[in-house]
Ligand binder design. Structure first.
Ligand code: ZN
Length: 286
């Protein structure tokens, strides 16, 4: 029997499910959760789920107003704001202008510098898109863009990633960050992404990933939120991915390479865009 994982990832969402599942944290879990999360849980009972992404973005914009500097030493490649500093949240660094995390800024830099996504005609499906990126990408008229989520109301489409209605080979690109660790049948989700991209297409996929820990650890008999937190690092995760994550993607049909994009950036870029310590992603092609 494997030892429960002691290391937990870059999460900073305070319990909000990246797929947008009901956001109130279970009471039994909250007893052991932070004061901040308890306050959030009280507020979530008072405020409709659909308003939260907008309130969160508004809150960051207010904070960003006071940290904005014309010649600030840090810059966000998503909202293009220049700031005195990013906002620390544990090891995370949040953009005070748009609320995005390091992994989203790294992904955006990669897409802008290393792909033609923003300059050519492409069809993109963005799984579990956050509100900021949903709005940003919609500004690109060259893109046939749809954001997608299980429940979030602001996304263009709602549905189940393990059973997409899209035709085979119908997309040029898929983005899927921090979703698969929530889905019991992740092979079905990977297979669906593989099915809908075309022969020149790609999927950028990122999960909390611990290759030094051995094989992926999953146990579907663990359903209690506190136990999931202990075993998988977050109350709504169903596994911890290990050194076989790439093989799992390949089993779904993908040709895969890990993109350690942080290692390709200069020290100046890493400091400027607040990316230190974040991890890369898997580029999966057909
Ligand atoms: Zn920003």
């Amino acid at each position: 029997m494997r030892t429960p994982s002691p290391l937990w990832g870059e999460g900073w969402g305070g319990g909000r499910n990246i797929q947008g599942k009901p956001t109130a944290l279970p009471t039994s879990y909250n007893i052991h959760y932070s004061q901040e999360a308890k306050l959030k849980n009280i507020l979530r009972k008072l405020i409709p789920d659909s308003l939260w992404p907008h309130l969160r973005l508004g809150w960051f914009r207010i904070r960003g107003f006071f940290l904005r500097r014309k010649n600030g030493s840090v810059e966000c490649p998503i909202c293009n704001g220049h700031f005195h500093r990013f906002l620390p949240h544990g090891s995370e660094r949040i953009c005070p202008g748009c609320g995005t995390a390091r992994r989203q800024r790294l992904m955006t830099l990669y897409l802008r510098r290393e792909t033609d996504l923003f300059t050519s005609s492409k069809k993109l499906l963005h799984i579990a898109a956050d509100l900021t990126l949903h709005r940003l990408v919609h500004r690109y008229s060259n893109l046939d863009y749809a954001s997608f989520d299980l429940h979030r109301k602001y996304t263009d489409r709602n549905g189940d990633l393990t059973d997409l209605p899209d035709a085979d080979n119908s997309h040029d690109a898929v983005i899927c960050f921090h979703v698969l660790e929530h889905i019991p049948d992740d092979h079905a989700a990977m297979s669906e992404m593989h099915r809908i991209i075309n022969s020149d297409g790609w999927a950028l996929i990122q999960v909390p990933h611990y290759p030094d820990r051995g094989a992926t650890y999953e146990d579907f008999s663990i359903t209690d939120p506190q136990e999931r937190k202990k075993h998988f690092g977050q109350w709504d995760h169903v596994r911890v991915y290990g050194n076989d994550f790439q093989q799992r993607l390949e089993k779904a049909g993908f040709t895969v390479r890990f993109v350690d994009y942080l290692a390709e950036l200069t020290e100046d870029d890493i400091a400027r865009y607040g990316l230190a310590g974040t991890k890369g992603f898997h580029r999966s092609e057909k």
